[in-house]
Write a protein that binds this ligand. Structure first.
Ligand code: IMP
Length: 425
């Protein structure tokens, strides 16, 4: 059963777009299973760069069926803008299907995301303000009935849903946030043009995916964000509102765990994080700045500078277990080319103990002190290496350390942003 999951090992931005794109070449189906336009997946094809927020990276391969699963949340305007942008560059979206069960990010979700973040002040989560949290909140609340993609197929039903939602949201807007109430007719008018254009993409992706799996088609399940941004397994409350972990692939598509036979954990050769929350190996000095500049570590979605730091093997080891990882795709190794010495975190010290796994108690995670080992750098440009044996000995040793601590083979090593800058092992 050739079903592969691609999952982020850290706090997102690991380079999953490039890896999914590589796997897509030999896939029949690519399905995104959670998140929404908070993601930013960059894929380079020749001299062309594509930035995708919502649509699965598989879209760049015409033969691939690209699905957005039940667990995703869809900003319809953003979806249609992305489709138009791709079509304008000659990319066909004829093979794109969006789950009718996916919840729709409405204008009031984006508004509330911003108002909530502003109200949190210094205690803000640092969300992407794309309405993700409020849309998933409505999904879990269930009533009043939120808008799902199915509802976009029926004008009267969509109006009814919006009215029901605003009956609940307007008092909150007025009394909690001192904001003008929203008019249901205006909200409808804002979303209806894009909703009508999106109708052709709506279908039962769960049934479609089951058929594909039964026919032994090659399926790639694409996660967004990363393991430690998972609502349950991440550094709560500084997490996203969905399940980026490999288990989320089942939740967000409707297929069971035993059909999955490979889990690729995409891990950056160092660590980054956007937004607030624990980050034991964060480096606020010159080395962190150098990583940021060399790695172009600025958010694809928000443009925010990412927090940067050394590789944290405690994070990777924990991620390897959470995701039942069968292979690591190590990315951005070339970003480290310039360093004479590299720090790698192999444990956390806290309360007189040394931990080798991320504690699930996030308050403890906030207090840990990283235990580093120092590895020699290679100070050589590795961007043109296409064979693992051609890498400098110190680079191979760095990869070897990751494999030793996590117990998982690095089956793929990326040494640059282009498709051909990839070592397959
Ligand atoms: P939200 O997903 O917009 O609610 O943001 C919640 C947290 O997840 C914030 O810390 C965001 O910076 C982070 N986040 C959301 N999407 C991404 C992503 O694609 N990459 C990295 N961080 C993300």
């Amino acid at each position: 059963m050739p079903v592969k999951v691609v999952v982020g090992a850290q706090w997102g931005d690991e380079g999953k777009g490039k890896i999914t794109d590589l796997f897509s070449e030999s896939a029949d189906v690519v399905v995104r299973y959670q998140g929404g336009s908070n993601a930013g997946h960059t894929v380079c094809v020749g001299s062309e760069e594509f930035k995708l927020h919502l649509i699965p990276s598989g879209i760049l391969h015409e033969h691939v069926l690209s699905l957005m699963g039940d667990g995703t949340v869809i900003d319809v305007q953003c979806l249609m803008d992305e489709i138009s942008g791709l079509q304008a560059r000659g990319v066909s979206c004829a093979n794109l299907k969006v789950s009718g069960c996916a919840h729709v990010i409405m204008p009031y979700h984006r508004l509330l995301d911003g108002l909530q973040e502003d109200a949190r002040g210094a205690g803000s989560i640092g969300t992407t303000r794309r309405g993700i949290g409020p849309a998933y909140t409505d999904k879990t609340a269930r009533m009043p009935r939120p808008v799902r993609m199915w509802d976009l197929l029926d004008e009267a039903r969509l109006k009814e849903r919006i009215e029901g939602q605003l009956a609940q949201k307007n008092p909150i807007l007025r009394h909690v946030y001192d904001h003008e109430p929203l008019d249901a007719g205006e909200v409808f008018a804002q979303v209806w043009p894009a909703a009508q254009r999106a109708q052709q993409y709506v279908c039962d992706t769960r049934a479609l995916l089951m058929e594909q799996v039964a026919a032994d088609k090659r399926v790639v399940m694409e996660g967004a964000q990363g393991t430690f941004l998972d609502l349950d397994c991440g550094t709560f409350p500084f997490v996203t509102s969905s399940h980026p972990i490999s288990g989320g692939a089942c939740l967000g598509t409707g297929i069971g765990p035993t059909v999955i036979d490979e889990v690729f954990m995409v891990a950056k050769a160092y660590t980054t994080r956007v937004g607030a929350g624990a980050f034991p190996t964060e480096n606020k000095g010159a080395e962190g700045d150098l990583i940021r500049e060399r790695g172009r570590e600025y958010g694809t979605t928000t443009g925010r500078p990412r927090r940067c730091g050394w590789l944290d093997l405690v994070v990777l080891k924990t991620s390897a277990r959470i995701n039942s990882t069968t292979g690591i795709a190590l990315t951005m190794l070339d970003v480290l080319d310039t360093f004479q010495k590299l720090q790698v975190c192999v444990g956390y010290e806290v309360g007189g103990r040394t931990l080798d796994m991320v504690p699930s108690d996030v308050d403890l995670m906030e207090q840990v002190k990283p235990v580093y080992i120092e590895l020699p750098g290679w100070q050589e440009d590795i961007g043109s290496c296409t064979d693992f044996d051609a890498l400098p000995a110190n680079a191979k040793a760095y990869v070897g350390k990751i494999e030793e601590v996590t117990g998982v083979p690095a089956k793929l090593v990326s040494v640059g942003k282009d498709r051909d800058q990839t070592i397959m092992r």
